[in-house]
Design a protein around this ligand. Structure first.
Ligand code: FDA
Length: 392
């Protein structure tokens, strides 16, 4: 029998769950929002270096990965960046645009969490943190077992996110519920994640740890022109994080260390005009010094004027097409998001409801929709949460 106290139980008080609960609550639905963590919106709090990159100026579906590239369009078109901006504006939360359309709070990410929690509470949402979920049953209604006792409702929303950052409370709960209802799952993988490399590449990268430069990182036909950062274990930085979402094991990553510049004509001009300088000195004109030294390590090499054009062509090739095969990633401990998730074929793109189980919804990162770096993942959380919240 269904407990009459609630119209819907939302599990997961992260970005998507808060938006969904707020939206359903504003429509007069009686909402119970449950989470096993101590604090709602924990990932919002640490996002964007504490300033929350809450959306992007433009969020076309092409900036989201999914086995069905059209799936996200419906929800994204009904809750746009402007809608979230209007919500912030109505709370007097000021924001600014960084590069590539990324929007951040001027103050702190905590303002976003306070706004969402405040909206939930004023919409009558019953928010209960530190509740461990021990089981879900379905017999027409949904029965959620918790360590504080059972709760029931005719609708259930799963907003428990993906596997990234387990130490913050990430779990595979959404995938367990999907399996329980025989729904397909696109295998989850760490995404927006630093890449690791084997010897000899990793020794060079370790020596350059902390060095950053602008590159174009390409995987297959997808390319990102952003910063690269060398780390103790390999490569990170926005360009590499973006590329990581498109890599599968064994794929090659190609780096262009001189974006927008022709390397060989430039090297040949240097050879003609400044034949006495060392190659590493020439490279240091366009690259960080440590990287220039790593690429041209021989201190006793002849000056650039003494190098054959063939050798300069090989260096130009390295600068423009440095091909690397990662040995792996830094895993869920460092991954900003999880790609894959609940197979969208099971869901209505308009409402996020499971077609075969009326009343059951999956939203946010749990679903096989993964945004680029730059505010896209929060926009998907807001949009999918809104779509379900409007439908319940
Ligand atoms: P989210 O992970 O936010 O929430 C899930 C909730 O479910 C959590 O509160 C968790 O405690 C709860 N939960 C999990 N398992 C449970 C269980 N078994 N029982 C009960 N509760 C459970 N994106 C972006 O657009 N801009 C940015 O600036 C950043 N920055 C960023 C930084 C870092 C360090 C990370 C790790 C991630 C980002 N992201 C981001 C990604 C963004 O945080 C992420 O995509 C959204 O938070 C996903 O929202 P969800 O609500 O789907 O999951």
């Amino acid at each position: 029998m269904v407990d009459p106290a609630f119209d819907v139980v939302v599990i997961g008080a992260g970005a998507a769950g808060l938006m969904c609960a707020m939206t359903a609550g504003r429509r007069g639905r009686r909402v119970l929002l449950l989470d096993h963590g101590e604090e709602p919106g924990a990932k919002i709090l640490i996002s964007g270096g504490g300033r929350c990159n809450f959306t992007n100026r433009e969020t076309p579906a092409s900036r989201f990965l999914s086995a069905n590239s059209h799936f996200a369009k419906s929800a994204l078109s009904r809750y746009e960046p402007a809608d979230f901006i209007a919500l912030l504006d109505s709370h007097g939360i000021t924001w600014h645009e960084k590069s590539l359309g990324q929007l951040f709070c001027d103050g702190s990410a905590r303002q976003v969490v306070s706004m969402l929690v405040g909206e939930c509470l004023s919409a009558g949402v019953d928010l209960r943190m530190a509740h461990r979920i021990t089981g879900v049953r379905h017999d027409g209604g949904f029965h959620v077992e918790t360590d504080h006792g059972p709760v029931s409702a005719p609708a259930l929303v799963i907003a428990t996110g993906g596997l990234s950052i387990p130490k913050m409370g990430a779990t595979g709960f959404a995938y367990d519920v999907a399996r329980q209802f025989s729904l397909a799952i696109v295998p989850p993988e760490p995404a927006l994640v630093p890449l690791t490399f084997a010897e000899p590449a990793v020794s060079m990268m370790r020596a350059l740890s902390g060095t950053a430069c602008e590159v174009v990182a390409t995987v297959g036909r997808t390319a990102f022109r952003e910063a690269l950062l060398f780390t103790h274990r390999g490569l990170s930085g926005p360009a590499v994080l973006q590329a990581s979402s498109y890599l599968t094991a064994g794929d090659e990553l190609t780096l262009d260390l001189l974006p927008g510049q022709d390397a060989l004509p430039w090297l040949l001009t240097r050879k003609r005009e400044r034949p006495r300088i060392a190659l590493r000195t020439a490279l240091a004109e366009v690259l960080p010094q440590r990287l220039a030294q790593a690429l041209a390590p021989e201190e006793d090499a002849p000056p650039i004027g003494g190098l054959a054009d063939r050798a300069l062509a090989a260096m130009a090739e390295r600068l423009k097409r440095w091909r690397l095969t990662p040995s792996g990633t830094e895993g869920y401990a460092k991954a900003e998001v999880t790609r894959g998730g609940i197979d969208t074929r099971a869901l209505s793109s308009r409402t996020l409801e499971v077609r075969s189980v009326p009343g059951l919804y999956f939203i946010g990162e749990a679903v096989d929709v993964t945004g680029w770096l730059g505010g896209y993942n929060f926009q998907w959380a807001w949009a999918s949460g809104f779509a379900a919240g409007e439908a319940i």
